[in-house]
Every structure is written in C-alpha cells, then in structure tokens.
Design a protein around this ligand. Structure first.
Ligand code: ARG
Length: 462
C-alpha cells in the first residue's frame, strides 16, 4: 500500500493493482539526474526571489546533491512504491532535511517538472546522437577516400544499371547522415526553451523568475505559453522521428551490407567481430549485426507511431496518458546510441573487395546508356532510335555471351553503320563512370569534390 505523499484528497491507500498501472518510477527513475538538476535550479530561483530563505536553499541543495550521490552509488535504489521519480526524490529530501524539503515544490507542479526533466533528457541525448552521427560520417568519408577508383555496378530495381564507384555510393549515405545530423541539431535549437515555472497549467501567483531557471539549466529562454508547455510533447516526437529517419537510412545501408556479404556479391567482408556462426552449419558466417540494425528500425518506428497515437486526442493540458511518453523514447534513444556505435565500428573494420566490385561491372551492359547518348551526340540520331539501336547491340552481346564493353568495333558497326570507332573507348566501364561529370555525378573527380565538400563541412562542425 502506498503512502501517497502527493494526495490531500484521497484518504484510502492505493491498491496494489492501481500502483502497478499508475507508478512510473520503475522506468522514469532514469531521469533522476535531470530531476535533481531541475530542483536545484528551481530552489535557487525561489531563494533569489525571496520566496524561500537562503538557508532553506542551502539545505535543499546539499540534500539533493547527497541524494544524487546515493542514487549513483546504488545506496538509494529508487525501487520503493513512490508514484514517480519526482515523488521519490522529494520524499527522500524531506526525510533528510525536514521542512525545507517540503518548501521545494512551491510554485511548481509535477506537470512542469516532468516536462522539464524529459526535455533535459531529450536535449542531452540529441547531442549525444548528433556527435555519434558525426563520427559515422567521418568513418564513411575515410572509406570513401580510399575507393574513388573502385568501380561498382550502380543499380535500380536491384538490377545492374550504370557504372559508379564505391566512394560515390558511400557518399549517398554520408549525405543522408548529414541531413539526419542537421535534423537533430535543428530540433535541439527549436526545443531549447525551459518549461520550468509553468506550474500545473497556467503559471503561478508566486513572484518567480523563469529566466533565472532557464539560464541555469542551459536553455535559451523560458517557453512562451504555460498551457502549451505542460501539454507539449513535440520535442519527444521530434527525437523519435529523427531517430526513425536516421535508422531508416541505417537500415538501408545494413540491407546493402547484408546483400554485399552474400556469396553472390562478395563485395564486402564484415569483420569476424560483426558476424556470427550458425549452431548447425559449421561453414556459416552470418551478418547478424546489420540484420539487427535493420530489425531494430521496426521497433523505433513503432515507438514514434505509439506516441503520436497517445497524443492525438488529448485535451489540454496534462493528462495521465502522457506518462506513456517515456518508455518508447528511452528505448529509441538507447537503440540509436548503440546502433550508431556498432555501425561505426562495422564500417571501419569491414574489408572492401575492390576486385569483386570491378568484376561485377562486367555483367549487365552497364555502359549501354553511354552508347545511346553517343549516338545522339555524335550521329544526331533521335534518342528513341538510339535507344533501340542500343537494344540490338545488347542482344547481340548477350548472344555472344559478352558484355557490350567487350564488343569489337566491327561487331558494333554490324548493328548500325552510323556507329564510329570512337565509341569503343566510351563503352569501357571506367570511362563510362568518368563521363558522368555533371554536378553531383559519379565521375571520380566529382566524387572527390563531394568528399572534400563534406570533409570541410565536418571540420566546421567540430
Ligand atoms: N509521472 C508523471 C508523468 O510521467 C508525472 C506527472 C504527473 N502529474 C500529474 N498531475 N499527475 O507524466
């Protein structure tokens, strides 16, 4: 039966079942540090404003710092029947320092308290995730730098399409992770306002100063409207969305690593650290790690949809439904941090099979588009006709069991007299890759340009 320090109205103790449903302490205890930070800032402001005495503040601060140490060392386990982390810490404080502890909650409600704690948590982890993204970008840039000349079949519909280079492919992912990083940072800026002092929903008659607490807690300013602030969970939805999008990118890269590790491709080899064996098939080396990154993306998407659904019908202001906001965010944050660390290590330690990638470019007539483009440019043939002539060339190559880059000039010319000698060089896969010199294209020079641009951007973020 719970003590209910938070109720003046309710005389009966709560039932065990109510506690099990109602109490958030088992999961919101991870917010103990944010709760203590917030309470110290709040008490400091109360004393500055003459709402509590300096002596009370001194005792509150000392008590809270001690509680922080107790939790950290495992002496205070946060496993009691308190309703949540806020009640647990306030209860412990009052136990330690008596009346001064009871003054801490002046001009505050758990509604602004939880909005603050959760926002501090989200802001802190937004930074952590953003930093790990930068690390991943750096690692991808390193691998890209070494592979500007590594030919790779570019694909659409998972069918060989045009020759590109491996660095170019990696730069596509690097670009995605840069946008992800920017999304986290812009969320950080947008949400960097303090909820503290909003009280239950409408502010407080006490002469508080929200600027003092905002500044002490590292926020840009207090939020504008209290009713919005205690009802708002956009900041949590933003981190969930940002994580989902980032994990979706990571999942696509993982999917490619899985494919590329298969015997049919053999483009990369993951280090033994990132693969596992089979319990029955002794020869197996399975890409479990990228598979898990791909799989975990499902979980984080679920967390996003769950919170969107919780929030969608709630009237203003706080409703207990909102206590459901935390577990999904904690889960997604944990997943994002771990996944980013693993991805970074995996990319850093994988082996790139340059020869295998180059070899794969000899399948699928990758330079067919070059032949069509050439017929348009050199012979003035309308593109649609050039497209069909090229189709005939491809068929001929297929019949001979060759790639079109292996056909001789005479063979090419037998399909259409307008084909001239210069085309043979153009059909070479490397030439074809390097011919795509338009801005953002795959030529080695353009790829290097992209690597350099992202490298200097990365430097500017440090
Ligand atoms: N444990 C609650 C939560 O996580 C704290 C806020 C409770 N406020 C209230 N008025 N019941 O949302």
């Amino acid at each position: 039966m719970s003590k209910k320090i938070a109720s003046a109205r309710i005389t009966e103790s709560s039932s065990q079942l109510l506690q099990e449903l109602n109490n958030s302490l088992p999961f919101d205890k991870v917010l103990y540090r944010e709760d203590i930070e917030g309470s110290i800032a709040h008490a400091y402001m109360l004393a500055e404003q003459g709402i509590i005495s300096k002596e009370d503040y001194a005792q509150i601060e000392k008590g809270l710092v001690e509680i922080y140490e107790e939790v950290k060392s495992g002496e205070f386990l946060l496993d009691g029947d308190d309703e949540d982390i806020h009640m647990a810490i306030e209860g412990r404080l009052t136990q330690k320092i008596g009346d001064a502890g009871k003054r801490l909650h002046t001009a505050r409600s758990r509604n602004d308290q939880v909005a603050l704690d959760f926002r501090l948590y989200v802001q802190k982890n937004t930074q952590k995730i953003a930093n790990l993204l930068l690390q991943n970008i750096e690692t991808l840039l390193n691998v890209a730098n070494e592979n500007v000349e590594t030919l790779l079949p570019g694909m659409t519909h998972l069918q060989h399409a045009q020759p590109i280079n491996f660095a170019y492919h990696l730069m596509a992912y690097t670009s995605m992770f840069k946008r992800d990083y920017e999304r986290f940072m812009s969320s950080y800026e947008r949400n960097n306002y303090s909820p503290l002092g909003c009280a239950a929903l409408a502010g407080t008659p006490h002469p508080i100063n929200r600027k003092i607490t905002a500044e002490r807690l590292g926020f840009k300013a207090p939020t504008l409207n209290c009713l919005d602030t205690v009802s708002d969970r956009d900041f949590a939805l933003e981190i969930l969305f940002n994580i989902s999008t980032m994990m979706m990118h990571m999942s696509r890269l993982s999917e490619e690593l899985i494919l590329w590790s298969a015997s049919e491709f053999k483009f990369v080899q993951l280090s033994d650290k990132h693969a596992t064996g089979s319990s029955i098939m002794p020869q197996k080396k399975n890409p479990d790690i990228p598979e898990l990154l791909r799989g975990k993306t499902g979980r984080v998407n679920g967390n996003l949809v769950a919170l969107l659904t919780v929030m969608k019908g709630l009237p203003l202001a706080y409703n207990k439904d909102m206590q459901e906001d935390k577990e999904g965010v904690f889960d997604s944050v944990r997943t994002a941090l771990l996944s980013l660390e693993v991805l970074n290590e995996m990319i850093d330690e994988m082996t790139v099979n340059v020869e295998q990638m180059n070899q794969a470019c000899m399948i699928g007539h990758l330079s067919a588009t070059d032949l069509a483009d050439y017929l348009v440019k050199e012979a003035g043939i309308p593109f649609r006709d050039a497209y069909h002539i090229t189709g005939h060339v491809v068929n001929m190559a297929e019949e001979k069991g060759l790639d079109i880059s292996e056909l001789s000039f005479d063979e090419l010319k037998s399909v259409d007299k307008r084909i001239t000698e210069g085309v043979v060089e153009l059909l070479d896969n490397r030439a074809s890759m390097n011919a795509r010199q338009s801005e953002g294209g795959t030529s080695s020079i353009r790829t290097q340009e992209q690597i350099d641009a992202l490298s200097s951007w990365l430097e500017s973020q440090k």
